[in-house]
Design a protein around this ligand. Sequence first.
Ligand code: F6R
Length: 255
Amino acid sequence: MEIIILPSLRDAAVLGARRIASHVRSHARPVLGLATGSTVIPLYDELIRLHREEGLDFSHVTTFNLDEYVGLSADHAQSYHAFMRDRLFSHVNIAAERIHIPDGMTGDIPACCEAFESAIREAGGIDIQILGIGSDGHIGFNEPGSSLASRTRIKTLTRRTRNDNARFFADPAEVPHHVITMGVGTILDAREVLLFAAGESKADAIAATVEGPVTASVPASALQLHRTVKVFVDEPAASRLERAEYYRWVYDNKP
Ligand code: F6R
């Protein structure tokens, strides 16, 4: 893992967007895995800026989102369909037919999950997967205890994640109990992973992910088994990393 400690999430977003832009510019059929949540908003803002001001073209890009709440329709304000539309898709030129987000309203969840996995395979696999991380160490909505070999499927959110996400809902009781999420195995199949974390509330999860054992109790720790992971963290999120000084040293002395 490459650990990149930066003064702010905005700095992380600029670096992450630069990596994505370089990939999108140099590939005929780039495939991006996308996340939702507060942490990735500055990243999408920067991609929108690159599109508007520097001509970054998304017309040939295919996207797969990590997850969606079960029971929220695409036009529900808190659905991840709506998040992506508002925060990225309506501001850049991604073709609607190349956008893939699990359908939270499907009548057949197993078939929907299987079709999602097939679509990823047919697109040639995910080149760059963007991730946030839960305070409990989840990636996608693979909550603690998720199989590290899991594929796209339905998951039940923990109380903690429901509480963490209640801030977006008018009434906390409205937060769905279930989600469809890519599995840890699906995420590990991506060729490259960019994980973003900011704030003290993520410090324990980041320390466990980077320096703890690989364990289903911290699903993000499975990323230790991936060859190409960049972890972008601000100072508060990096505050419990024992080897923080070494990561800074490595970053400052890149070969
Ligand atoms: C969202 C997702 C989640 C979030 C995580 C962090 O698609 O898969 O894993 O990345 O819950 O959310 P924020 O950034 O809101 O703290």
